[in-house]
Design a protein. Structure first.
Length: 384
């Protein structure tokens, strides 16, 4: 999406990243399965590579048909192509998984989304005008809490997004409490419920609530409740592991406030800096399966799915409204797609499906500065 919903994407003021020039492009082509009617999607993928993205991978499920394609390169040193089976960091797509777990807990009667943050995490959101007693769990999930986004903190950005800081600190472990403390060192952006602003801090707190309610980490609950039941074999919550499983491509960024200059391989990093706001890894086929199952009601009872799809205005994201970890986006042809975007170092992803869960698309750019992911979505769902 134009305003990239992710760890890196929503901090564009602090982190602007681009390739020095277009990568040598391999035309998009079928990876797995066959299908017709995707010429526009292929062209949009190739256009992203011409714009400077090293490589693109995408998979579509439309009914029982699956179509995959790749464009560009997965490794700027060797020229190896991207793969339809690539694992990649999905960034803020993690938020939909976290929200799903909280809604499952609500359906089980173990919490209410109208509970305050302080009821579950006493004193965690406090100081500098922050008050967890005035913020509901629902306001965390739909980004109306007003809690400052920790990734917009200038010191955090210098340490983890710009070259000198990132290269020194890429393997640091950050605890959720440390991330929240960065946010609460700032005054709230607005009073709870009076505005909307995308804040990764909201979902770090949501992950902490899951642990408090269940006694298990959000990673354990996501594996038990979503990954294993759906058979998402390429999906994982890596914790502090800096590696991306094979098959995978390299991930690239500028680590600069400018979209020019050297390109850095940023594939390896300790994803604890993202925590429950953007830690996960998956592949495109798994993301298609997840969002299709979610919208078809396989993961949530009707009441909770309706809650998830109850949206608020999200002015930072064009032609979109934000639910509970789920974005409703109206495309140019009037089609609505539901899903989420994700940005983290060297990785820009989108995963969406139609309201009936029948037509799904997941894609990844292995660069975080350039290319139009919107155009790929438009090409797939509005090809005429």
């Amino acid at each position: 999406m134009s305003v990239r919903t992710g760890l890196v994407g929503v901090t564009a003021v602090a982190v602007a990243v681009a390739l020095a020039g277009p990568a040598a492009a391999a035309p998009a082509g079928d990876g797995h399965g066959t299908g017709d009617g995707h010429d526009a999607t292929r062209r949009a993928m190739d256009a992203a590579v011409r714009d400077g993205v090293p490589g693109v991978t995408a998979t579509v499920r439309d009914g029982r048909r699956t179509w995959s394609a790749v464009s560009g390169t997965g490794d700027l040193e060797t020229g190896a192509p991207r793969s339809a089976d690539d694992h990649y960091r999905v960034g803020s797509i993690t938020k939909t998984f976290v929200a799903t777990v909280l809604l499952q807990l609500e359906a089980e009667g173990r919490l209410s989304l109208d509970d305050t943050v302080d009821a579950w995490l006493p004193g965690v959101v406090s100081g500098n005008g922050n008050d967890g007693r005035a913020i509901s769990l629902r306001r965390l999930l739909n980004h109306t809490s007003g809690i400052h986004n920790y990734t917009e903190d200038d010191g955090f950005a210098r340490t983890y997004f710009l070259k000198d800081g990132f290269l020194q600190h890429r393997y640091d472990t950050k605890t959720p409490a440390e991330l929240v403390a960065v946010a609460t060192a700032h005054a709230p952006d607005f009073a709870p419920g009076t505005d909307w602003h995308y804040s990764n801090t909201n979902y770090v707190l949501a992950g902490m609530v899951i642990k408090k309610v269940t006694g298990h980490s959000y990673a354990t609950e996501i594996r038990r409740r979503i990954i294993e039941p759906l058979g998402l074999h390429a999906t994982l919550v890596p914790g502090t592991n800096p590696k991306v499983p094979k098959p995978s491509s390299r991930a690239y960024g500028k680590l600069s406030r400018s979209d020019t200059g050297p390109t850095y391989d940023v594939t390896e990093l300790n994803p604890s800096l993202a925590s429950a706001s953007g830690e996960m890894i998956a592949d495109s086929a798994d993301l298609d399966r997840f969002y299709s199952a979610l919208l078809r009601g396989r993961l949530l009872p009707p009441e909770q799915l309706a809650e998830m799809q109850t949206t608020v205005e999200a002015g930072e994201i064009p032609n979109a409204r934000y639910g509970l970890g789920l974005i409703d986006r109206e495309l140019s042809c009037g089609v609505h797609v539901w899903g989420h975007g994700g940005g983290i170092h060297g990785s820009t992803s989108e995963a969406v499906t139609t309201a009936d869960g029948r037509h799904s698309l997941a894609l990844n750019f292995n660069g975080d500065w350039s290319g139009d992911s919107d155009a790929v979505l438009e090409a797939e769902f509005c090809p005429e």
